[in-house]
Design a protein around this ligand. Structure first.
Ligand SMILES: C[S@@+](CC[C@H](N)C(=O)[O-])C[C@H]1O[C@@H](n2cnc3c(N)ncnc32)[C@H](O)[C@@H]1O
Length: 279
């Protein structure tokens, strides 16, 4: 992986501004599409998370020690709460979201930190986690040396028989689509996990067309993004139309998944420690 990225992009300031107290799903999710459409996107993500937990969790869910990196709006905090999880830590670079979630969930722990920097003693000192989630975060760390240190930090916190769940968009080559988003080359990306003793145990394509796929041809991707934006603005004029369109696209995605059809889009990746991956 080259040292590409965007030196000088201030991730802390960007996320402090973007993710504030009580942010809705449209802020952390697909911004063009509004909360109702994003509700369908997140429902699909929860479906994948639940199915990976059924397949791989080695303890009853309520006994899991969970670390949620980039906890954002607190959408997954609520999911873990609904599963009866007692031992949960949410980490985010945005102090506003951390303060807000700490007020909402006083019995959970929240840490304001940059996962790419040395982590505070409160995290480094604790027992490692059964499940670490990093959902839609790594492609926002646009400098390659920083993503390498983030994965090293994360790897150090996965328990021996623990699981690391990642949602990310991978490509054939590093592909920077905006100042705050870079999709990484698949082989080099897995190599960083491998260097940190983590190996891919399972994966599932999250979306076909509910979220726009990536072609890696910039002009086409920009056009798809523009069409999606216009589509989003039009749909948002009518709540029932949004809900109908989002659920129709989700059903289409499910049919394509059942037929084994693959497009380049966001994936759910499950990593485990080398040697534990077959357990
Ligand atoms: C696109 S949002 C995803 C939020 C949530 N995981 C979800 O899927 O709804 C990205 C989140 O990662 C956080 N984030 C970005 N860079 C980070 C970093 N270097 N360290 C910790 N958190 C970061 C942002 O503040 C934001 O809450």
């Amino acid at each position: 992986m080259t040292a590409g990225g965007n030196i000088g992009f201030d991730a802390g300031a960007y996320w402090r501004e973007r993710v504030g107290a009580g942010s809705d799903l449209a802020v952390v999710g697909h911004r063009a599409m509004g909360p109702a459409y994003n509700g369908e996107i997140y429902a699909r993500r929860i479906e994948a998370l639940e199915s990976m937990l059924v397949r791989h969790a080695r303890k009853p869910l309520h006994q899991l020690r969970v670390l949620d990196i980039g906890c954002g709006s607190g959408f997954y905090t609520q999911f873990w709460r609904s599963q009866g999880v007692h031992d949960y830590v949410g980490l985010d670079i945005s102090v506003r979201t951390i303060e807000y979630l700490a007020g909402l969930y006083p019995d959970y722990d929240f840490v304001c930190a940059d996962v790419a920097e040395p982590l505070p003693g409160t995290l480094a000192g604790v027992d490692r986690f059964d499940v670490i989630t990093v959902f839609d975060v790594l492609y926002h760390i646009v400098d390659n040396p920083r993503v390498e240190s983030a994965i090293a930090n994360i790897g150090g916190m996965v328990a021996d028989s623990g699981l690391l769940f990642v949602m990310d968009q991978l490509c054939k080559r590093d592909y920077q689509v905006s100042r705050h988003v870079i999709y990484r080359a698949r082989d080099a990306y897995f190599e960083i996990f491998d260097q940190n003793s983590l190996t891919l145990k399972d994966s599932e394509l999250l979306f076909h067309f509910l979220v726009p796929p990536i072609t890696e041809i910039r002009v086409i991707d920009l056009s798809i993004a523009a069409v999606f934006k216009i589509f989003g603005c039009t749909l948002r004029l009518n709540d029932r139309l949004v809900v109908w369109a989002a659920s129709a696209l989700r059903r289409l995605d499910a049919r394509m998944r059942a037929r084994g059809i693959h497009v380049r889009n966001c994936e759910f990746l499950v990593f485990a420690r080398k040697g534990e991956a077959d357990g």
